[in-house]
Design a protein around this ligand. Structure first.
Ligand SMILES: Cc1cc2nc3c(=O)[nH]c(=O)nc-3n(C[C@H](O)[C@H](O)[C@H](O)COP(=O)(O)OP(=O)(O)OC[C@H]3O[C@@H](n4cnc5c(N)ncnc54)[C@H](O)[C@@H]3O)c2cc1C
Length: 323
C-alpha cells in the first residue's frame, strides 16, 4: 500500500482519506447582504445580523444561503463517493481512471468499525461486539481482496489493456478523489442527511470534517443550522396528537416554562446587546413598559415572553400542546 500523504489543511478521514477546503466565496456577511435586498434597509444594523440569519434559517428562507459557495477537495472510497454523488446540486470533478492509473489506496476498516448487521435497521450496524477473531478475518479479507485485485489490475495495465476497462476489476473500497463545490444551503442539506446517525459511518466522518470548515467560513449560519436543523426535530401530526392527549397539563406547563426560559436565554446569548439595545428591541416587538421597568423585568428573568418574536412563533406552533 502506498504512503499516506495529506495536502495542507486537510482533515484525515478513515484510514487514507481526507477532506479539505480549497476555496470559498462569501460568509455570514454575504447571507445578510442578500437578505437585505429582499427585506430592505430596515435591517441594516450590524447587531441584528445574527438575528436575521437565524430568522432566515428558522423560516427556511434559503436563497440568501446560496450566496456562499464552498469548494472541497476530498479523497474517499468509491462506495462513499457513490452515496455522496447523489447530492445533485454540487459541481464535481473526479480523478479519472481512464486517464490515469489507479493507486493502491484501499479502505481497510478499523477493528472498532466492524459490526454485525443491525437486526432492526436494514441499513445499519448493530452495537453488539464482534469477536476479535472475526474482526481479524474481515480485515484479512479486505486486505487480500484489495492486494489481489490491484495485482491483476497492474498485470492488465502491463499487458496494454485499456485503463478504462482494466479499472473495472477494482473493488469499491478503492479510494477516489474529487473537487466538490456547492452553495451553503445545499451543503447544509448534505450535512443534515450525512451527519445523521442513520447515515453510514464511512460518509459521516467526511460530513463531520466538512462541517468543521463550514463552521469556520460562516459561523453564525452554522450555529443556526445546528440549532434549527441538525439538532432540531420535526413532529408528525400523529406524534403531536399523542403528545396533546397523553401529557398532563402540569407537565406541559413545566416543559413550556423551561422552553420559554431557554429561548429567552439563548436569544440573549446569541444576540449580545447592551442594555440600551435590548430595550429598543423590546419596544420594537411591542413591549410597552418604561425603560426602568423593562430593565427590572429583564434582570429578574421576568420579561413578557409575548414580546420575543421567536417565542411568539413557538407559541403559535405548539398552541395545541402547551396552551
Ligand atoms: C440514510 C440514507 C439512506 C439512503 N438510502 C438510499 C437507498 O437505499 N437507495 C437510494 O437510491 N438512495 C438512498 N439514499 C439517497 C437519497 O435517496 C437521496 O438521493 C440523497 O440523500 C440526496 O438527497 P436529495 O435528493 O435531497 O439531495 P440533492 O440531490 O442534493 O438535492 C437537494 C434538493 O434539491 C432538490 N432537487 C434536486 N434535484 C432535483 C430534481 N431533479 N427534482 C426535484 N428536486 C430536486 C430537492 O429538493 C432536494 O432535496 C439514502 C440517503 C440517506 C441519507
Amino acid at each position: 500500500m502506498s504512503e499516506i500523504k495529506y495536502p495542507d489543511g486537510a482533515i484525515p478521514c478513515l484510514d487514507k482519506g481526507f477532506i479539505r477546503l480549497v476555496d470559498s466565496m462569501g460568509s455570514d456577511g454575504a447571507i445578510v447582504q442578500a437578505a437585505r435586498v429582499s427585506y430592505g434597509r430596515g435591517t441594516t444594523k450590524v447587531t441584528r445580523d445574527k438575528g436575521l440569519i437565524r430568522y432566515l434559517l428558522r423560516h427556511r428562507h434559503s436563497t440568501p444561503f446560496e450566496m456562499v459557495e464552498l469548494k472541497f477537495h476530498a479523497k474517499m472510497p468509491i462506495f462513499v463517493a457513490r452515496q455522496w454523488v447523489r447530492h445533485r446540486t454540487a459541481n464535481i470533478n473526479e480523478y479519472s481512471l481512464r486517464y490515469s492509473e489507479a493507486r493502491d489506496d484501499f479502505y481497510i476498516p478499523k477493528k472498532e468499525d466492524i459490526h454485525f448487521q443491525s437486526k432492526f435497521n436494514k441499513q445499519g450496524r448493530d452495537a453488539d461486539e464482534v469477536p476479535d477473531a472475526l474482526k481479524e478475518k474481515v480485515i484479512q479479507y479486505f486486505t487480500e481482496m484489495s492486494e489481489n485485485s490491484f495485482d491483476i489490475y497492474q498485470n492488465l495495465n502491463e499487458a496494454g489493456i485499456a485503463r478504462e476497462l482494466a479499472r473495472a476489476i477494482l473493488p469499491v473500497n478503492l479510494y477516489t478523489e474529487w473537487y466538490w463545490k456547492n452553495d451553503l444551503h445545499n451543503t447544509f442539506h448534505f450535512l443534515k442527511l450525512r451527519m445523521d446517525t442513520h447515515a453510514q459511518y464511512e460518509i459521516r466522518v467526511f460530513a463531520e470534517g466538512m462541517a468543521k470548515f463550514v463552521k469556520q467560513i460562516a459561523p453564525i449560519a452554522y450555529e443556526a443550522f445546528e440549532d434549527y436543523v441538525l439538532n432540531g426535530m420535526y413532529l408528525s401530526s400523529i406524534e403531536k396528537s399523542v403528545l396533546t392527549k397523553k401529557i398532563p397539563h402540569h407537565i406541559t406547563k413545566e416543559i413550556y416554562d423551561d422552553i420559554v426560559y431557554r429561548i429567552v436565554a439563548s436569544m440573549n446569548a446569541t444576540k449580545p446587546r447592551t442594555e440600551n439595545e435590548l430595550y429598543v428591541l423590546y419596544q420594537e416587538t411591542g413591549g410597552c413598559d418604561s425603560k426602568e421597568d423593562f430593565e427590572i423585568k429583564w434582570n429578574a428573568g421576568n420579561i413578557e415572553t409575548g414580546n420575543v418574536f421567536e417565542l411568539r412563533e413557538f407559541k403559535a406552533k405548539f398552541k395545541d400542546i402547551f396552551i
